[in-house]
Design a protein around this ligand. Structure first.
Ligand SMILES: Nc1ncnc2c1ncn2[C@@H]1O[C@H](COP(=O)(O)OP(=O)(O)OP(=O)(O)O)[C@@H](O)[C@H]1O
Ligand SMILES: CCCC(=O)O
Length: 356
C-alpha cells in the first residue's frame, strides 16, 4: 500500500504545505504572510479561515487529488499534557484549543485545519511532535517557586528529526544516542536527547536572545517593566516572542542583514553577532551538565546554522564537549509526513489526546 500524506505547518509568518508520496516529496510550498496581512487578526485562532483558504488555494494550484490522500498531518501546537510523537486529532484536542487552553502559537492552527480538511474526506488527521511535547525528567521541572513547574517548550519536531538524521549518519539508533541539540531559528531553543527522550531543554524564554525573541532577561528588570504601567501583558509577550532580540536592536530579524551591516562597518551589529554566538554557547554549556558532558554529539540546526561564521564562533566555544554537527535549515515538513507515515504503516501508534 502506498501512502499520500499532506503536511501543513502554520508558522508565525508563513504557512508551509507539502505533499509526500511514500518517502518522496512531491512538492513543498511556503506562503509568506506579511505583518500587514495578519494585523487584522486579534488572536491566532481568528486566522483559521484565512490560513485554511491559503492551503486550499495551494491544493487547487498544485492539482492535488485530495481523494487520493491517506492522511493530513499538522504541526502540533501549545497543547498541555503532550508527549512526543503522533496524536490523532480528536474531539478532546479540538475542545482544548477552542476553550483557549493552549497558549497562543500559530502552530495551534495545524490540528484544527488538518481536522477540518480531513474529516469530509474520511481520512485521519494527526499532529506530530508538538512544541509542548513534555518528557522532561522530574529534576528538570523544578523551579525556585513551588507554584511554578517548568513545562517543556522547544522546537521538538525539527530537533528530533535532525537527531534521527545524525543517528543514521553515525550508524546508530536515535534511541541509543545522547545528543545535545540547538535549534537556531527566528526563535532559539535547546534540548538534551537521552534514549530517544528529551529529558531537559532550554526554552525560548529562558535562554539566548534570538533574531526575534528576547530570550531570558534578568528577572527584576522584567518585573519593573511589567509593573511600569507602560506595557500591557500582550506588549510584554510580544517583546519575548516577535519583537525582541536582533529585531529590537537592529530593526531586522534576518541574520543575513546583520552580516551585511557588519560588512558595512556597523559596530553594534558586530557586537550583537558576537553576543548571539556567546549566549548560544553558554546555553549549550549549561545543558552539557545534564549528562555530565557525555554526549555523542552537539547538533546546531535551524536557519541561522547557514551562517558559517556564527557556527565557527559557537563551535570554538563548545567543541570541547563533543563533536559539533551543523545541519542548516529545518526538516519539519519531512518530519511531519514521515511521522504520519510511520503511524499509517503501523510502526508507531498514534496517541489519543485527553482533555486536561
Ligand atoms: N543563508 C543564511 N545565512 C545566515 N542566516 C540565515 C540564512 N538563512 C536563514 N538565516 C537566518 O535564520 C533565521 C530564521 O531561521 P528559520 O527559518 O529556521 O526560522 P523560522 O522558521 O522563521 O522560525 P523558527 O525556526 O523559530 O520556527 C533568520 O534570522 C534568518 O536570517
Ligand atoms: C520554542 C517554541 C517553538 C517555536 O517557537 O516555534
Amino acid at each position: 500500500m502506498s501512502y499520500n500524506i499532506l503536511a501543513i505547518n502554520p508558522g508565525s509568518t508563513s504557512t508551509k504545505i507539502a505533499l509526500y508520496k511514500e518517502e518522496t516529496k512531491v512538492f513543498e510550498k511556503s506562503i509568506t504572510h506579511t505583518a500587514k496581512e495578519l494585523e487584522g487578526f486579534d488572536e491566532v485562532l481568528d486566522q483559521f479561515e484565512f490560513r485554511k483558504n491559503v492551503i486550499k488555494s495551494v491544493i487547487n494550484e498544485e492539482n492535488i487529488d485530495v481523494k487520493a490522500l491517506s492522511a493530513i498531518v499538522g504541526r502540533g501546537g501549545m497543547l498541555p499534557n503532550m508527549k512526543a510523537g503522533g496524536y490523532v486529532v480528536n474531539k478532546d484536542m479540538l475542545d482544548t484549543f477552542k476553550e483557549g487552553l493552549a497558549s497562543p502559537h500559530a502552530s495551534n492552527l495545524g490540528a484544527l485545519i488538518a481536522h477540518d480538511l480531513a474529516e469530509p474526506l474520511g481520512i485521519p488527521a494527526y499532529i506530530y511532535d508538538a512544541v509542548t511535547s513534555d518528557e522532561l525528567q522530574e529534576i528538570a521541572k523544578i523551579t525556585g517557586l513551588p507554584e511554578i513547574r517548568k513545562q517543556s517548550i522547544c522546537h521538538v519536531l525539527n530537533m528530533r528529526a535532525v537527531s534521527r538524521k545524525i543517528a543514521d549518519k553515525y550508524g546508530k539508533k536515535y534511541e541509543d544516542m545522547d545528543i545535545l541539540a540547538a535549534h537556531l531559528g527566528g526563535g532559539i531553543s535547546l534540548s538534551v536527547h537521552h534514549q530517544g527522550r528529551i529529558i531537559d531543554c532550554i526554552r525560548d524564554d529562558e535562554g539566548p536572545f534570538a533574531p526575534e525573541r528576547s530570550g531570558s532577561i534578568p528577572m527584576l528588570y522584567m518585573v519593573d517593566m511589567c509593573y511600569s504601567g507602560e506595557y500591557t501583558k500582550k506588549d510584554m509577550i510580544k517583546k519575548l516572542r516577535g519583537n525582541g532580540g536582533l529585531k529590537a536592536y537592529l530593526g531586522t530579524q534576518d541574520l543575513r542583514d546583520v552580516q551585511a551591516m557588519i560588512d558595512d562597518g556597523n559596530k553594534q551589529a558586530e557586537l550583537l553577532f558576537e553576543a548571539q554566538a556567546y549566549q548560544i554557547s553558554k546555553a549549550v554549556c549549561t545543558l552539557s551538565a545534564v549528562l555530565s558532558g557525555k554526549y555523542d554529539c552537539i547538533i546546531l540546526t535551524g536557519g541561522m546554522a547557514y551562517s558559517k561564521s556564527l557556527m565557527e564562533k559557537i563551535s570554538e566555544r563548545v567543541g570541547f564537549i563533543a563533536p559539533v554537527e551543523v545541519v542548516p535549515g529545518e526538516f519539519e515538513m519531512e518530519a511531519l509526513a514521515m511521522g504520519a507515515r510511520r503511524i499509517l504503516k503501523g510502526q508507531e501508534e498514534a496517541k489519543e489526546y485527553v482533555h486536561p
